[in-house]
Design a protein around this ligand. Sequence first.
Ligand code: DLZ
Length: 152
Amino acid sequence: MKEISFEKINGSGLKIGVVVARWNSAVTYPLRDACLQALKDAGVEKEHIFVQDVPGSYEVVYGAKHLIEQKHVDAVVAIGCLIKGATMHFEYIAEAVSQGIMKLNTETSVPVIFGVLTCLTEEQAISRSTGDNNHGYAWGQSAIEMASLKKS
Ligand code: DLZ
């Protein structure tokens, strides 16, 4: 299995935003919880964590921008889950969200972690959001690493 490895990360003093889509919340909420656990394990203070719910994945870009502008966070994790259906919605939203997150990374000084699962089936989404394969934990660690880089 491919995993990201992390050197020592220290989240103390860093402000981290977490924006979470409620669409497919059975998947996104466990991802959010694992992300929050990673922040806690790395020493990010409770009062430095800003969680913002939004309706769906399409809205995570605006939610991330809001946290950057209003809470002055050092990094954001944008969490959503797109599951391919019978229409073209999946393709349009996935494209818009990935471009939107990339734009925030290049046009603001704040790193935004791509925490949007794009799955072909519900089974894939559940597999990536549960147990040892819950990607949310590594996204939290990634946010700390990138926030530290921003401040370095
Ligand atoms: C409309 C829609 C569809 C069809 N599928 C998903 C999905 O799989 N995952 C997700 O997070 N959101 C979905 N949405 C909702 C859009 O992201 C968005 O919230 C609405 O189009 C309103 O802008």
